[in-house]
Design a protein around this ligand. Structure first.
Ligand code: MFK
Ligand code: FAD
Length: 506
């Protein structure tokens, strides 16, 4: 049986362990009482994540949601049964203000940086509860931007509350069978107006995530008196609907066809829904559904980027810890220059992803608190699709490399590591694929007659020195790893003539 058992990698307080996050906050946050509150809250939350929440996240993965179509007596109920850990994540999210902080704005223009720092710490341990939180945040943003009034005022207060018993999450039902990227052509769902001014929706939504949500925002085409609808984007309006049950326990106007069997994100219920007279309220002007839901896309894409950076950070943190515990060829992994070079490269990617994502959060906070310049607003518009598409791709590459740094154990399910890779793979697909986001970059360049690019180059010029000092630690880390590597190659060459030629060729 043998007597050796490998020490496992240990998750320590992800705030205290993250010199990059702490350094960023130290450099940017203005001095004052709130800064201390901000940092001590992050530290306490980091402790909670490491000790308590991480286990719940794992439970969400091993105890995924399931769909119960019928009750024991044959009545249709369509219950999505989720794990106790998933429900605990909901309560925790409210109590920790993971959506609320962005709307309370107690930290003025820094509120989004505060909120996203918490989500960054939370995300890799969250059992993907960050998915409903992203959509909840996006829905609150849409409601706020159209002006809060009946019937969505109550919804807004529930989406942004810290009281767990009142807290609601929202879905975002856009994708239909014909098109998830091209919703303008792909949306067949129709809205039939009712005498009281409300609507009933009829259609089929092909992907709806976190379908245990309390409400949703969704797109549909309003039918005129003859039953005709307007095709294309101009025919789409935005609707608000609550997910509720009648007195017999049946979902009102919804049938859950099935839950998707997915590569990853298994913690999240993702359903196919038949909308069969779902009661709804139109909340955009008729035909303005797409530009209205674009506010939601901005928020969810920023959340996506933070999740991507956080996944990279987590795998690097664990791999670094493991390198101090695992021995190969007579020394710890951390003493192998080649292994350190691999970790250094992952670290540099993570730095880049983090800094770009956090800067976009900073711009969002500035815009929302009314202190953004025109340049900042243009930058936010340009960088949102860029950061989402770039970090989505990076996360897959870095997490995959991260798994390899645990050797065979990186491939073993109950280490929790494979789940990180599965969940990273979706980051470039949902909320707009890479190509679709590239086209969004061109869209915003065209719509602003190039002003977004002008803003970008002005920003780069203004921040050249700041960028150099921010990147300095990363450059130093790479330099260190490279000189270690050089020593290693030289050592090998003395031991084995001819090795140098081979290494140079590589
Ligand atoms: C851990 C984090 C997790 C996050 C949660 C994940 C849960 C999963 C949720 C999902 O995946 S939800 C589904 C997400 N779906 C998408 O992201 C759709 C991808 N497709 C696009 O992004 C298309 O570009 C889009 C449907 C938005 C528009 O395509 P069109 O029909 O070709 O748009 P068009 O005609 O160029 O623009 C229509 C209007 O929208 C224009 O406004 P105007 O009419 O006023 O001129 C555009 O300017 C506006 N618009 C489009 N994209 C915009 C935008 N406005 C602001 N920002 C944008 N990004
Ligand atoms: P398509 O649009 O058919 O795209 C197929 C390929 O074509 C892609 O590679 C795309 O990049 C490329 N492509 C498309 N158009 C162009 C173009 N003009 N130029 C170049 N290339 C192009 N949707 C929701 O609405 N709500 C949800 O809650 C939700 N949850 C999801 C959960 C999961 C786990 C997944 C995987 C998806 C979820 N989606 C959800 C759907 C997701 O948003 C869509 O799958 C995504 O937007 C792509 O749409 P599609 O699947 O129709 O692919």
């Amino acid at each position: 049986i043998g007597s050796f058992f490998q020490e496992t990698p240990v998750l320590k307080n992800p705030f205290l362990e993250d010199a990059l996050l702490r350094g960023y906050l130290r450099r940017h946050l203005p001095q004052g009482v709130s800064r201390e509150h901000f940092l001590s809250d992050l530290c306490a939350f980091g402790e909670r994540v490491a000790i308590e929440v991480d286990k719940w996240g794992r439970e969400c993965e091993v105890n995924p949601p399931r769909l119960v179509h019928f009750d024991p007596w044959g009545r249709r109920v369509d219950h999505i049964v989720t794990s106790p850990a998933w429900k605990r994540m909901k309560d925790l999210s409210a109590q920790e203000g993971l959506v609320a902080i962005g709307y309370e704005r107690s930290f003025g223009e820094w509120s989004r940086v505060y909120q996203m720092s918490k989500l960054y710490i939370f995300s890799p341990s969250a059992g993907l509860y960050t998915c409903p939180l992203a959509m909840t945040d996006g829905a609150a943003k849409v409601i706020q931007s159209i002006g809060v009034s009946w019937p969505v005022d109550e919804a807004f207060s529930r989406l942004t509350t810290r009281q767990s018993e009142r807290f609601w999450t929202s879905g975002q039902w856009m994708t239909e069978r014909q098109g998830g990227s091209d919703v303008a052509t792909g949306t067949e769902t129709v809205a039939v107006s009712q005498t009281d001014g409300s609507y009933k929706l009829h259609g089929f939504k092909w992907f709806t995530s976190a379908t245990d949500a309390d409400m949703t925002l969704t797109l549909a085409r309003v039918q005129d008196r003859t039953g005709a609808t307007t095709p294309g984007s101009r025919g789409l309006s935005l609707f608000y609907a609550e997910v509720s049950r009648d007195e017999d326990g049946r979902l009102k106007g919804i049938e859950v066809q099935r839950l998707k069997d997915k590569l990853g994100t298994r913690q999240v219920p993702t359903a196919e829904l038949l909308l069969d007279g779902l009661p709804a309220h139109r909340i955009s002007e008729e035909g303005r559904g797409v530009p209205c839901i674009a506010n939601m896309l901005t928020i969810t894409r920023i959340h996506n980027s933070i999740s991507a950076a956080a996944a990279m950070r987590r795998v690097v943190q664990l791999a670094r810890d493991y390198a101090t515990r695992r021995t190969a060829f007579g020394k710890l992994l951390r003493d192998h220059p080649l292994h350190m070079q691999t970790l250094a490269r992952m670290e540099v990617e993570t730095h880049g992803a983090f800094l770009l994502s956090m800067d976009v959060c900073r711009l969002l906070g500035q815009e929302e608190s009314g202190v953004a310049t025109q340049l900042d607003t243009h930058l936010l518009r340009l960088l949102t699709p860029v950061v989402k598409l770039y970090t989505g791709k990076q996360a897959v590459a870095v997490v995959s490399e991260g798994l390899e740094s645990f050797g065979g154990q990186g491939y073993i399910e109950d280490t929790g590591l494979p789940g990180l890779l599965r969940d990273a793979q979706v980051l470039s697909i949902w909320e707009g694929t890479t190509n679709v986001l590239s086209l969004d970059v061109l869209r915003c360049v065209a719509r602003t007659s190039g002003m977004v690019l002008h803003a970008y180059f002005t920003h780069v010029k203004l921040n050249k020195n700041a960028a150099v000092s921010t990147l300095a630690p990363a450059v130093k880390a790479v330099d260190g790893a490279l000189s270690q590597l050089q020593m290693f190659v030289q050592e090998a060459a003395t031991r084995e003539p001819g090795y140098l030629d081979l290494a140079a060729r590589d």
